[in-house]
Design a binder for this molecule. Structure first.
Ligand SMILES: Nc1ncnc2c1ncn2[C@@H]1O[C@H](COP(=O)(O)OP(=O)(O)OP(=O)(O)O)[C@@H](O)[C@H]1O
Length: 511
């Protein structure tokens, strides 16, 4: 008895059902000098029975060509000797079991009941006939199998609780992910304004692009909202919690662009006093947004292509390859295919970034969105300037709808902001507030030196005065060419890149 108690206390220390069954079977086999001992238990769906330590043995509970189904149905044990086993030869797996029974042995199949008289498993014992017969009245065996059933049931309950907890936490994770996706979608609809069909379609395309890891190429006219679209792709993607790193390829001199992108080691060039991480490294795990991609110099195009193929790069002055897992989002207002034909853009890079193209519609093709956009910009103006402009009068809205917008949404925005400045609080914006279009927005950017009719006595800072003068000239020229930078640059004898750089430096928004 003492020995059995020892086995029972060992048995209740098991936390894994398969190992528990293994220990139980081994103990019975050794202590009772049996040929074999198995525990057969139902699968989770209750349709089949498994042998705990032989995954190949499976019995369908609805088949009655093996004795287990009968034991389950009758809820009573079956004792089979060698002779009676000849009736159970049809089932392949059971036949393998039966082959262990010789002429002097018996096979006992006994249901194991829990406290609620439910069968939780079936005990299969093979041994010499006298031993098997003696077992039926052996209290030690009964107590040991009761302890096994209690422990088995406990572990099964714990597994079910764990599995319920897991299901619950999985569904919480799923719900949170769904909520985040909904929030990101809502955020996009709040920032990327427009209910026209083309904008609705664009939003759907953005969501699809975001769900993939493909490089995205955003094409559209200047000021049409390409950067907003790029941010939306990032925010809707699984990379949303990682950095969104943006650079305008046209606004940075060619000599600086490479070090900005790739970073550099201390001493890589004169002035590199410390090592600096490039934008490619900063975008690791997130998105790298290359605005005005069409302006990327050819030499850098080749280097970028290599990075996009391997996601490996080497900072300037370093001999070590580094890697960055970023998603490329590129934008351009130029026709890149045409640039490829003209030799200004590498064809291989074009196809590498043209994986998921998104076309942002120009404002002239969706005048229906003007009211919504105007209301949005007025609300932003009111919040920013603590004013209360009530909205647009019907005639003002009609006027806005009749205009042409080469500068797209950016142009509309300047126009609205200009009209807001001209309008009193608590009234609607009238048509007269838009006396002229772009020029007004630009003129207010010119500072006091210019508006004071070149009165040199007002100058108290030469650098600022020169910047103002430069700004006035550029704004004026942009106005003359309806925001077309290429024409403005040509007329001023400047490369387009230099003009872009100056606009960036002087804070000139209109393009
Ligand atoms: N659909 C829109 N809803 C709200 N604001 C918009 C929308 N489209 C553009 N804007 C606003 O217009 C301005 C220009 O947008 P954005 O910078 O995204 O344009 P872009 O196409 O990237 O311009 P560029 O070609 O000059 O780089 C921004 O102030 C932006 O917030």
């Amino acid at each position: 008895m003492q020995q059995w108690l020892h086995c029972i206390s060992a048995l209740i220390s098991y936390r894994d059902r398969v190992k528990l069954a293994d220990f139980y079977n081994h103990t019975l086999k050794n202590k009772l000098a049996l040929t074999a001992s198995y525990v057969v238990y139902p699968t989770d769906d209750g349709r089949a029975l498994h042998a705990a330590d032989n995954k190949d043995w499976t019995w369908d509970v609805s088949d009655f060509d093996h004795p287990f189904s009968h034991v389950l149905q009758q809820a009573s044990l079956i004792l089979l000797d060698h002779k009676r086993l000849v009736y159970w030869q049809q089932n392949k797996e059971f036949k393998q079991l039966a082959e262990l029974v010789d002429t002097t042995s018996s096979l006992l199949i006994a249901p194991l009941f829990n406290n609620h008289k439910q069968i939780i498993a079936i005990q299969v014992l093979i041994g010499k006939q006298d031993i098997i017969n003696g077992l039926l009245t052996d209290d030690n065996w009964h107590e040991f199998s009761d302890a096994f059933v209690a422990q088995w049931t406990l572990l099964k309950d714990m597994e079910m609780q764990d599995s319920h907890k897991q299901q619950l936490s999985d569904s919480i994770v799923r719900l949170k992910a769904q909520q985040r996706a909904k929030d990101a979608w809502l955020d996009m609809t709040c920032k990327l304004i427009g209910s026209s069909t083309v904008m609705e379609q664009l939003r759907e395309q953005i969501a699809m692009a975001a769900s993939s890891n493909l490089a995205v190429l955003i094409q559209g006219e200047t000021g049409s909202g390409k950067e907003l679209v790029a941010k939306a792709v990032h925010s809707l993607s699984s990379r949303r919690n990682k950095p969104f790193v943006a650079i305008n390829c046209a606004a940075i001199p060619e000599s600086l662009l490479e070090s900005e992108l790739f970073g550099y080691e201390k001493g890589a060039f004169t002035g590199a006093l410390i090592s600096r991480k490039g934008l490619i490294a900063q975008a690791d795990g997130g998105s790298l947004f290359l605005d005005e991609m069409g302006e990327l110099p050819l030499a850098l195009q080749a280097k970028l292509l290599r990075v996009l193929e391997t996601y490996q790069y080497r900072p300037l002055g370093s001999n070590k390859e580094q890697s960055s897992n970023f998603r490329l989002i590129a934008a351009t207002h130029v026709n890149l295919r045409q640039s490829v034909n003209d030799g200004g853009f590498r064809q291989d890079l074009y196809y590498r970034i043209y994986q998921y193209p998104l076309l942002v519609p120009n404002l002239n093709s969706r005048l229906i969105d003007i009211n919504e956009l105007a209301t949005y910009f007025i609300r932003q103006y009111n919040d920013r300037e603590q004013r209360n402009i009530l909205g647009l009068s019907p005639s003002a809205l009609n006027k806005l709808k009749s205009l042409d917008y080469p500068g797209n949404v950016r142009e509309l925005r300047s126009l609205i902001e200009f009209a807001c400045v001209q309008t009193q609080c608590d009234v609607l914006i009238e048509k007269s507030a838009f006396t002229t279009k772009l020029p007004l927005g630009i003129k207010i950017a010119v500072d006091k030196f210019v508006t004071n009719g070149n009165d040199f006595t007002v100058i108290d800072d030469l650098r600022t005065a020169l910047e103002s003068y430069e700004k006035a000239i550029i704004c004026n020229r942009l106005e003359q060419y309806n925001g077309d930078r290429a024409k403005a640059a040509e007329s001023l004898g400047l490369p387009k890149r230099t003009l872009a750089h100056k606009c960036q430096k002087l804070g000139i928004q209109n393009r």
